[in-house]
Each structure stands twice: as C-alpha cells, then as structure tokens.
Design a protein around this ligand. Structure first.
Ligand code: GLU
Ligand code: MG
Length: 423
C-alpha cells in the first residue's frame, strides 16, 4: 500500500497525557520553526475526553514548537508505521514560551536551582506498569517465569528505548500480577523528564504492536499493589561533581542537600496535588503497599516519601559519594513528569533559600488522604502559586477540582477501572 511517513509534535499535559498534532515528515524543516497550532484549553483536556471549564475557553492560539534535541524515530521493523515524534514547548505565536507550558515550568525550576546555589539536579525515573500480554499466575512476584513471559515485550521495549535515545537500566517483573518495572539512566532534570515521557510512550508503542496494552494507572485495582513513579535524584555542581553526600552530616546529606530535601518535605502537603494528582492516586498512597503514607525522609526504607538509597559495592568513599542519592516516591503516572519534577525542584530551591533544616525526630505529618484534601493544601500555598504564575495556577486548580468532582461518586473499584482505561 502507498504510504508517506508522518511526524507528531507533542506536549505532555496537565493529565500527564501526551497530545499534539501530526504532519508529513517532509514538512519537518518548516515545522521545526513554526511548530503545530495549539490552544490554551488543549492543555487541560480531561483524561476522559471532554474539555471542562477552563480559563481559556475557545479563545487563543499557541504553537507546540518541537525541540530538535528531543526527536524519537523508532522503526519497529514489523511493517507498522514508524514511531516518529518530537517533544516540544508550548509557545506564544511569537515564539516566546507560554506561561502555562509544563516543560517551561521545569526549565524555570532548574534555572532557579542553578541561580540559587550553582547546583544542578540529575534524575532517573523508575516506572511501574501492568502489561496485558501475560497471564496472571500466583507466586509470580519478581519471578523468572513472569519475566520470561514478559520478555518478548521486554526485549522489544528495550530496543525501542535505546533507539529512542533513552538508555535502559533495568527491566523486571514486579511484585503485582502482570506488573513490570523499567528504570533508565540518570540525566539532567529536563532530559530526565523527557525520557520519562518517552519511556511511557515506548512502552505503549511496543504493547500496541504486540496487540496489547500497558497500564500506568497509579492503582489499577483496589486490591492490588499500585504503580509508582519513583524519581531518583542527586545534586551535582557546575562541573558535574556529586554534591548530595555529606559524610558525618545529618542523614549523611551535604548542607545544600539537607536544605533542598527539607524544602521538599516542607512543601509536600501542597505539591502532593501535583505529584499524585488524580483521585485514584490516593488509593495508592495507603499502608502496606510499598508506597509512602507520611511525609518523611528515611534511610533505606521503601515506605518513605523520600528514601535515602543504599550504595552498592562502593569500595571507596569517592564511590559512595558518587552513588549517594535520594528517591522521591510520592509520584505516579497520572502526573506530568515536568510538573512533578519542577515542583520538587522549586520546593528544594525554597528550602535552600530559607536555609530550612531537616525535621527533628517525631511523628511525621500524614500525606493528604484524597485529591480534594491535597487540592485544599495546594490552594493554601501562596509559594507554590508563585512558581506557577497566576494563570497557570488557576488553570491547574480548576482542572483538578473538576476532575475530583466528576468521579466523586464512584466506588474504589469503579474509580480504578476508569483510570486504568485511560492510563
Ligand atoms: N509499587 C510500589 C509503589 O506503588 C513500589 C514498589 C517498589 O518499591 O518498587 O510505589
Ligand atoms: Mg518497583
């Protein structure tokens, strides 16, 4: 059949979903400049389809301008269309960044961190999902059998990631039935978030070609363990030297890292509505599910919001310092990686600017129990609103309040089913 290659230019929106527009590949040179047309309300299309109440309505024009550095072109070599897309920035029609561009939110956060202390954040996303192409058998947690049954998917997915410019680190059968996990190598913040988006899309693209689906929903079933998105983070100085480890300091964290993570803990009640942003996210953040329930920083505990990770086979103190890092565990795939990582960095910068200290021992505060509770905390934070800017903050709040209302009457099982269809 006659065919002509298409390209897609994408943004990852408030729902964490990847949307955009396509065009013939031969138009790419012009499209690299003028992007594809977009509207304000497109930022906030609901995960279930309809556009709800937005500050923009039907008015306004923007463009998604592809970032030439974030091009994915993967030929699965199975006769299907080449997977060819760019991630871009939402810009005004004059090319200046739009104040509500999620990617620019993260870029601004990273710039502030550099300006505040001359440090950069390096991150790697660890993401969990269900793959529908394997059967669900008892005793399958981390099993070679589950890994084997998922390995045709896993090998194709690994090749697709590498072809997409993302460096795969691990692929494994996780604890839950049909649950898998992928980790990729660390990158500077913006690239790390790009790679998180590309990783999700390559998982979807691979499953699609195998006639299956992957489900990243934070809680696919109320009875089962959830799908987390964990962000492994470290600080580095201007020339890339590790700056997280502080031997002999509280929690072995360097001074700037103590302030940074104190800032994250301080703002956690408010930013939870950004990192765990869907009603179903709060079914994941429950006890005994290896997901956090309280706002804490703990050494080597997978139930913590912030976990100081172990170092492995580190024979020298320099190697300990190189590996030393902290994992943020209160995120999931209903969130935009740009907004999540941006919020965490802005919170950390605020901790550094105010010289916040790590909390003293004592009972830590609980994470919000529901999206409405988390949104109340977010609404009360003038600081977080200032990171967004008024229009963006208003859009975010309106969108998430309506999302919470729309599904308020669903039972946990219905809620999980609803989000599993989308994510
Ligand atoms: N599935 C768990 C979560 O929801 C995480 C399990 C793990 O430690 O990797 O975050
Ligand atoms: Mg895991």
């Amino acid at each position: 059949m006659i065919r002509e290659e298409l390209v897609f230019v994408a943004t990852c929106d408030i729902s964490g979903l990847v949307r955009g527009k396509g065009f013939p590949a031969r138009e790419l040179p012009a499209r690299l400049r003028k992007g594809v047309g977009w509207t304000g309300s497109n930022l906030m299309m609901s995960p279930f389809g309809p556009i709800w109440d937005t500050p923009f309505g039907t008015a306004g024009d923007f463009m998604i301008v592809p970032d030439p550095a974030v091009e994915v072109r993967v030929d699965f070599d199975d006769g299907s269309a080449v997977e060819h897309f760019f991630i871009g920035d939402i810009c005004n029609t004059d090319g200046a960044p739009w104040e509500c561009c999620p990617r620019d939110f993260l870029r601004r956060a990273a710039t502030q961190l550099e300006e505040a202390v001359g440090l950069k954040l390096v991150a790697a996303f660890e993401q969990e999902f269900l793959y529908t192409g394997v059967s669900d058998r008892p005793g399958d947690a981390y099993a070679l059998g589950a890994f084997r049954r998922g390995s045709t998917f896993g090998e194709t997915f690994t090749a697709a990631l590498r072809a997409a410019g993302v460096v795969p680190d691990t692929f494994l059968a996780e604890y839950g039935p049909r649950q898998f996990e992928v980790t990729v190598m660390p990158q500077p913040a913006l690239t790390a978030a790009d790679h998180a988006v590309i990783t999700r899309e390559m998982a979807r693209a691979t499953a699609h070609r195998l006639g299956q689906r992957v489900i990243f929903s934070p809680k696919p079933d109320p009875e089962l363990v959830g799908n987390g998105v964990h962000i492994h983070m470290s600080l580095v100085d201007a020339v890339g030297r590790p700056a997280t480890h502080g031997p002999g300091e509280p929690m072995e964290l360097s001074k700037p890292a103590q302030h940074f993570f104190a800032g994250v803990l301080h703002h956690m009640p408010a930013i939870c509505a950004i990192t765990a942003p869907s009603p179903v996210s709060y079914l994941r953040l429950t006890p005994n599910a290896w997901a956090p329930t309280v706002i804490d920083l703990v050494r080597q505990d997978r139930g913590a919001t912030l976990r100081i990770c172990p170092t492995f086979a580190a024979a020298t103190s320099a190697e300990v310092t190189r590996q030393f890092h902290v994992e943020f565990r209160a995120a999931d795939a209903a969130a935009s990686p740009y907004l999540t990582l941006g919020a965490v960095i802005f919170a950390g910068v605020d901790g550094i600017r105010h010289g916040l200290d790590l909390p003293k021992a004592g009972a830590p505060e609980h994470l919000p129990h529901s999206l409405p509770e988390a949104l109340d905390r977010l609404a009360a934070s003038k600081t977080v609103a200032s990171w967004f800017g008024q229009t963006h903050f208003d859009a975010y709040m309106r969108f998430k309040r309506i999302e919470a209302e729309k599904v308020a009457d669903l039972s946990p099982a219905e809620l999980c089913a609803r989000y599993a269809e989308v994510y």
